[in-house]
Design a binder for this molecule. Structure first.
Ligand code: PHE
Length: 362
């Protein structure tokens, strides 16, 4: 920069009257512009470019100082001077942007060196939820919308919670060594999720509205429809004035939600020690190309007062007074529901982890 540029660049130098010697404005502006463009052009990295920007159009850069000096320009020249400042700023800004793009381009190129971005990617196999998880979540979702809360209980149970409190006498076939997995300690693998009914009532006073999905174990011969471990969903509803229509309405609604409104639902009288009266529930689905038939999906009934008495005994109070409280219970096989929903012919597919089977649910 030449010393004679004082008029534009120097502030500490003496002011010279208008008629004094001075360089034409554009000459100093074009010097600033040329200098800036040269620095921008020479910049080899973003940092050098930024320095060039600050030195030219930064707050205290040469062009900005020159722009501020407009106040000393004779009135009739202000407009032309202002235009020259603007065009210099535009040229410098454009050069900076072009250089930025060029630097970025070069950086991208070197990052890509040796990589072929047109090569197809490696396919990632899509994971999927297991059909049992899908049907469980769906069933739980429907019942939760109806106001049922989730409850839980141990899979290693004692005879009291699995049988005695459920009004199941010592000579009942379900308690047979042949049908139940016993530990030496006398504990057992729960044969149904109904034990959660007892544990829930022991812990909480009525009213009760719970569901409990979980595993159950029986010493069944394994075949296309039996496993020694299977999955159930238990339900228990206890309040004042709960009656059979509540049970029917709740389960019909549930099964229609799960399998569609045209599904046939029938209640067949049955026997369970812990409910009276008791029923088995069958559904009939309209499946294309198949003759519809009734398939058993659940057991249910009105809670037997003997169960309330056992719970009261274990609680040491009369919280479940059978004269005040009534309720219904149900238990269904989740494996069975999944098999019906997807037409699965062999229950063993649900535990064999065959990817050819499971990937169909992805
Ligand atoms: N626990 C019964 C079973 O495993 C099902 C059931 C539950 C029946 C609740 C009635 C009430 O078969």
């Amino acid at each position: 920069m030449r010393a004679t540029d004082w008029r534009i660049l120097g502030f500490d130098e003496p002011r010279v009257p208008r008629y004094g010697p001075r360089l034409p404005m554009n000459e100093s502006l074009s010097a600033i512009q040329a200098d800036a463009l040269a620095r921008i052009d020479a910049a080899e990295d973003p940092r050098a470019l930024e320095e060039a920007r600050i030195a030219s159009i930064g707050k205290k850069g040469a062009l900005s100082l020159a722009a501020a000096a407009i106040k000393d320009i004779p009135k009739e020249e202000k407009a032309a001077y202002g235009q020259s400042v603007n065009s210099a700023r535009a040229a410098i800004t454009a050069a900076i942007e072009a250089k930025q793009a060029a630097l970025q381009d070069a950086a991208d190129q070197s990052a890509l060196a040796g990589i072929d971005p047109t090569m197809p990617g490696r396919p990632l196999p899509t994971g999927a939820l297991h059909p049992l998880t899908l049907i469980r979540d769906e069933a739980v979702g429907i019942l939760r919308r109806m106001g049922f809360a989730l409850a839980d209980g141990p899979e290693i149970e004692d005879e009291f919670h699995c049988f005695d409190a459920l009004n199941t006498p010592a000579d009942h076939p379900a308690r047979n060594e042949k049908d139940t997995f016993y530990f030496d300690s006398g504990k057992l693998l729960r044969t149904h999720t109904s034990s959660v009914q007892i544990r829930t009532m022991e812990a909480d006073a009525p009213p009760v509205r719970i569901i409990a999905p979980g595993s159950a174990y029986r010493r069944d011969e394994i075949d296309a429809t039996h496993l020694s471990v299977f999955n159930q969903l238990e339900g228990l509803y206890i309040d004042r004035d709960v009656s059979l229509p509540d049970l029917k309405g709740t389960l019909e609604y549930f099964l229609h939600e799960l399998f569609g409104p045209s599904t046939g639902v029938r209640f067949r009288p049955h026997f369970f020690p812990f409910t009276e009266p008791s029923f088995e529930i069958d559904v009939k689905l309209e499946i294309k190309g198949q003759t519809p038939r009734w398939i058993e999906v659940a057991g249910c009934g009105m809670v037997d007062p003997a169960v309330f008495k056992a719970v009261n005994g274990s609680r040491g109070d009369n919280a479940y007074d059978p004269a005040v409280w009534t309720g219904f219970a149900f238990g269904m096989g989740l494996d069975r529901l999944a098999m019906i929903r997807w037409g699965i012919k062999d229950i063993r597919l649900l535990i064999e982890n065959d990817a050819r089977f499971l990937s169909q649910f992805a």
